[in-house]
Design a protein around this ligand. Sequence first.
Ligand code: SF4
Length: 565
Amino acid sequence: MRIDLSKLKIKIEEMPKEYQGLGGRGLSSHIIGKEVPPKADPIGLENKLIFSAGILAGTTVPNTGRLSVGAKSPLTNGVKEANAGGSAAHKIARLGFQAVVIEGRAKEPTLVKIDKNGATFSPASSLKGVGNYELIERMRKEHGNKISIVSIGPAGEMKLKAASVMVTTPDFHIRVAARGGLGAVMGSKNLKALLIDDTGSSPVEAKANAKFRESIAALSKAILADPLGPGFRDIGTPVLVMMINSFGCFPTKNYSLGQFGGAEKISGEYMAELMKKRPNAQPSHRCMDGCIVGCSNVYTDEKGDVIVSGLEYETIGLMGSNCMIADLDSIAHMNRVCNDVGVDTMDTGGAIAVAMEAGLLAWGDGKAALSLVKEIEKASDRGLMIGNGCKFTGEKLKVKRIPQVKGQCLSAYDPRGLKGLGVTYATSPMGGDHTAGIVLPNPGNPSYHPGSPSGQATPSQFMQTFMAAVDSLGLCMMAGMPLLDPVPQLSLISCVSAFTGESLDEHYLEKLGKSVLRAERRFNDAAGFTEKDDRLPGFFQEEKLPPSGNVFDVPEEEIDTVNRF
Ligand code: SF4
């Protein structure tokens, strides 16, 4: 479905030949590559905003309801895809669409609702400046509980570079397509919210039903066999806090230390114990229908009022240890404000840490950090600075150590001890991003050394290719990681084959992932990116990371082999 907001018209078209077989990130990146001029202004009329359901969205294949949001990024100036769980992608697919492409710009803030009859447009001036939590409540009252809501907060309306896009879960918590400032693109189109109602739609059918059911059973078994699964289910992604801290790669004090003295106080284990004492807290929560892992959570205060769902590892790393804040409640409240105003917790956390380094507020001062985040909504000078992300804030405050690549703040892993991930940060077309291809030590592969300067390009390339395919299928990363080995991968390929009716070989994921990376790389090259943009900031090479003393020393020649095919 193409929605022209300038004319308030829709056009429904068959999937063009060049996009067939694509979904999720693959589809959005190909559309951007084909239809958006590489030098376009990201918040100008030529940019397009794509909401793309994964190839397997709308089916009963577990964990396949991620919604890809794509556009040329105001943060990186390159191609961008950020994805989120929630209920939108399944609903879009059940209405018969692979993607909703937003073009043009409405004259005033606008609400678009799509359902089985097409799309309706209504003015949303009364929602101007309204935060995401209030918006969700108002939409539910007006449109009922069958809808999914994709929205922006005031940060998107103000077109801030760290603005994100929110997607509701089936029980109306918020998931976030956080990265790359895509909320600013939505704001630039004057689209305040997209509502999706799939009432009366038909289930998505597979071409080969019996084989499909069999393949789903095998795939589910493979996902549930993941030895890390119970940890993610019982403690959520914060289970990574103590693990990454023990590796000496937990970003601390604006990436100047690899271990945090207060790590235990913000660990998943501590959080799980806290939740036992708090009414209504849920240590395991499913962000979409069909999830069989349940890595999310519902974090409440002492009275049982929900603060945020879910409180994730990346937020804890960037807003916690990296700012020296050892208090989960402070981090959760900052997370809530970020969700409400609509900004990425990672870039915002990175911005607060560089502001602390500049002396604007004290290290570890959770109260001051929370009030700084609240400034975004007030549009004060400091708020606008923080809302434009880590790089903008660091440059404005003349901070030398800014942990970003292609304008995007790194996520919560220091690349000096995880050098394969450092190569991903450097070379991903997405900018510094762990979901683009995380490389972690693997007990099944003891010959891989994450701190070695050599042998890092190959695992980074493998993971970037794999994740580009996973993001195109709409599969969540937690369900994708147990499928790294060829045997469980076959059950996933078999699901796609039974669903589409095509015969696919064992190289399907690799071919899909490479075609996506190729399209993204081509766009970024044409937008003006060069090998110089595939580098980590100098301080990662020059400053030894305590306590390991590691520096990032992967040779540039090795880095430059990645994504060049
Ligand atoms: S595993 Fe986590 S991220 Fe994935 S679908 Fe379930 S709750 Fe969402």
